[in-house]
Design a protein around this ligand. Structure first.
Ligand code: NAD
Ligand code: TYD
Length: 364
């Protein structure tokens, strides 16, 4: 039987991003969660507080707080830990888009490696100062990716024990931060856990990742850019199921351990794009071939990993985690979410979301 931890003041870094905002919403929906969430985010192009409008209306100033802070700013992190008496960190903040890491790796090194190191240093300082210094009442959780394991051939699955073999600046920066987090457990005894998850999809995903790009281009009847021959494989997981996996790890995971989270759901990119064409044709009462003919094969991504696929038996067996949604239902739900939230998309596409944040949060 695992000890179940509970926390009072959870610092969510990168809470204005895709998974972070879904995680905050997920936490407030848990009947047994009585704590406070502090969302710490620099608000890069990928951070959008409009994604948390409902949460901020319901909880801001009471159980939800927002701090516009860069994880590279150690002094600001220190102030934040003191101000809110942080006892759990769920670290999402990162530069997350592989294509951007190829054209501009430096932000990835700065945020994902140096930023994570800063956060660990401050977390360790406050953990050491904590009365009693009891492991079960303090935790640093690192949200990471399956991309650290590299690329699979036609067979095999990533296990927690698979050697790291990152191929892009993004995955190398996440691999590096995983290693640093792990050393803080082994060297300093800081209570940490790590999760490595496969590709997420769902509501509020920034429209530069595969699924939102395709949904929005189909709606605008634009070309659907498929890299290379479209045969690359990803293992897709609904974002809420990633959130429940993180919550299971934080509350019940063994300290110092890594848990893989995945969808048992491998799709080639081309099959997925075709499926999105079919769902949207159904919603719009159109012929699916009108959309499929928009598919355009373009130059491949440099170093494009062929296949990702996760073995997530450990989190299932040890923490009792399981997925709640089939891919078929999850994909339809996601398409419907974008159709119902075209205002949110429009604000991103026009840059209006930055203006909205300035008005509502008095930011530059
Ligand atoms: P995202 O790009 O949507 O969000 C990242 C958030 O981090 C944004 O709100 C951004 O403003 C913030 N941020 C960036 N740099 C910062 C800095 N220096 N200081 C403070 N905040 C900063 O990313 P996402 O898809 O939500 O991914 C979140 C985490 O989950 C990342 O660590 C990523 O590596 C990991 N992950 C993502 C996936 C996926 O499929 N998206 C899968 C597995 C793991
Ligand atoms: P992406 O959503 O960028 O996630 P990741 O690179 O982290 O897996 O891409 C998912 C897959 O889709 C990947 O194999 C690259 C491919 N892809 C395209 O074919 N076209 C696109 O426009 C995008 C954004 C991705």
């Amino acid at each position: 039987m695992n000890t179940v931890r509970s926390f009072s003041n959870i610092l969510v870094t990168g809470g204005a991003g895709f998974i972070g905002s879904n995680f905050i919403r997920y936490m407030f929906a848990q009947p047994d969660f009585k704590g406070t969430i502090i969302n710490l985010d620099k608000l890069t192009y990928a951070g959008n507080l409009e994604s948390l409008k409902d949460i901020s209306e319901q909880y801001e100033g009471n159980k939800y707080f927002f701090e516009k802070t860069d994880i590279r700013d150690k002094a600001a992190l220190d102030i934040c830990f003191t101000k809110y008496k942080i006892d759990c960190v769920v670290h999402f903040a990162a530069e997350s888009h592989v294509d951007r890491s190829i054209t501009g790796p430096s932000e990835f090194i700065d945020t994902n490696i140096i930023g994570t190191f800063n956060l660990l240093e401050i977390a360790r300082k406050h953990w050491l100062n904590k009365e009693g210094n009891i492991d079960q009442s303090y935790l640093f959780h690192h949200v990471s990716t399956d991309e650290v394991y590299g690329s699979l051939g036609d067979s095999g699955l990533f296990l927690e024990t698979t050697p790291y073999d990152p191929r892009s600046p993004y995955s190398a920066s996440k691999a590096s931060s995983d290693h640093i987090v792990s050393t803080y457990y082994h060297t300093y005894g800081l209570p940490v856990t790590i999760s490595n998850c496969s590709n997420n999809y769902g509501a509020y995903q920034f429209p530069e990742k595969l699924i939102p790009v395709m949904i929005l281009n189909i709606l605008e009847q634009k070309a659907l850019p498929v890299y290379g021959n479209g045969e690359n494989i990803r293992d897709w997981l609904f974002v809420d199921d990633h959130c429940s996996g993180i919550w299971a790890t934080i509350s019940k995971g063994k300290l110092g351990e890594t848990y893989n989270i995945g969808g048992d759901n491998e799709w080639t990119n081309i099959k997925l794009v075709n499926r999105l064409c079919e769902i949207l044709a159904d919603r719009k009462n159109r012929d699916k071939d009108d959309y499929k003919k928009l598919i355009t094969y373009i130059k491949d991504r440099p170093g494009h990993d062929l296949r990702y696929a996760i073995n997530c038996e450990k989190i299932k067996k040890e923490l009792g985690w399981k997925q709640s949604l089939t891919f078929s239902l999850g994909l339809e739900t996601t398409v419907d979410w974008y159709l119902d939230n075209l205002e949110w998309v429009k604000h991103i596409q026009s840059g209006e979301y930055q203006k909205w944040m300035n008005q509502n949060y008095n930011m530059r």
